[in-house]
Design a protein around this ligand. Structure first.
Ligand SMILES: [Ca+2]
Ligand SMILES: [Ca+2]
Ligand SMILES: [Ca+2]
Length: 334
């Protein structure tokens, strides 16, 4: 047993002596960068560089003592401050030539916040685990995220006139453009006045017609567009004033509002009112809709005829005298 025990001790000692020798000469640490940058909104494992160098630039060189050539390793000894993203947020990995190491940010460990800590000082070391390690410092500057900007930056209000009678669905009316220095995806949001679905906004910033603008009885839209990179408050609004010239004029019924009375039991089909419609821009048809304050009213009357010859007739006899309020709604379209 004793021989086995001494054998094992001898093997361990031999192995240790092969790994490192304490000859009093430490490994050498050469700092290749002293200040690297990190985006506040970084969500990837990303290599940190000084911003001006190549993306593969190492930050330090750790070389063994030439006298014993013991294997060496690097380590992060400390980070200051320790929160909100301390030394666990960073990792040194071999890269480039022998002994060179790159610094990586590890996402998901903690949260970066320029407000809480805009700069970390990392104490990094190089050692062969025999002699004392040698250390250096590396500063990580956290770069705040910047909101996008509209391109061009001004004006933020543009007026545009288009032919409202000659637009086809899907036509590009305008294109919003933005720039984000952080290369964040910029999301657009649009509100339309009057509130409608005649125009829509694509993710690429194009504003398109959703349908033929002849269906719109009006001469103006105002579109308000904001843009957000998801990290900052939305910018804008950018306002697009869209004038339709020429445009589809809204139709009118010139003999409304009115109150009518007629003799009792006039017979089904009796014309209560011939609607006097007027529209300077009628396309295929002029559609007129009607509804009543009560469902009973809708059972009593109906609209018939086309375009300028629409009339309101008795559809069913109620057998009672009374008052029914009817609302007529005009819609001009194809
Ligand atoms: Ca050594
Ligand atoms: Ca941004
Ligand atoms: Ca019209």
């Amino acid at each position: 047993m004793d021989n086995w025990f001494f054998g094992i001790v001898l093997l361990v000692c031999l192995k240790l002596s092969l790994q490192a020798t304490d000859n009093g000469v430490p490994a050498t640490l050469t700092m290749l960068a002293v200040d690297v940058e990190l985006n506040e909104t970084e969500h990837r494992r990303v290599q940190l560089t000084d911003g001006g160098g190549a993306s593969t630039d190492p930050v330090l060189l750790c070389t063994p003592d030439a006298a014993d050539n013991d294997p060496v390793r690097v380590y992060i000894q400390a980070a200051s401050p320790t929160a909100p993203c301390g030394m666990n947020c960073f990792s040194l990995q071999p890269c480039g030539s022998s002994g060179e190491h790159c610094l990586f940010y590890l996402p998901g460990v903690d949260t970066l916040s320029v407000t809480l800590a805009s700069r970390y000082t990392l104490t990094v070391g190089c050692t062969d685990d025999a002699e004392p390690g040698v250390t250096g410092t590396l500063t990580v500057t956290v770069i705040s995220n910047t909101p996008p900007v509209f391109v061009p930056a001004a004006p933020l209000a543009v007026s545009l006139t288009i032919d409202g009678l000659a637009s086809s669905p899907g036509a590009v009316i305008y294109e919003i453009s933005t720039e984000d220095v952080d290369n964040d995806f910029v999301d657009y949001s649009m509100t339309l006045s009057p509130d409608s679905e005649y125009l829509f906004l694509l993710k690429n910033g194009q504003i398109k017609t959703a349908q033929d603008l002849r269906m719109f009885c009006g001469d103006r839209f105002t579109a308000s567009i904001t843009a957000s990179d998801g990290y900052n408050s939305p910018i804008g609004p950018f306002t697009l004033g869209l004038t339709l010239d020429p445009h589809n004029e809204a139709p009118t019924v010139t003999n409304l509002d009115t109150t009518l009375s007629y003799r009792e039991k006039p017979g089904v089909g009796y014309t209560v009112l011939e609607l006097a419609t007027a529209d300077t821009t009628v396309f295929d048809t002029l559609n007129i809709h009607m509804w009543a304050d009560s469902s009973a009213g809708m059972e009593l009357y109906k609209l018939s005829g086309e375009s300028g010859f629409t009339k309101m007739t008795v559809f069913r006899l109620s057998g009672e005298s009374g008052f029914t309020k009817m609302t007529v709604f005009r819609l001009s379209g194809e």
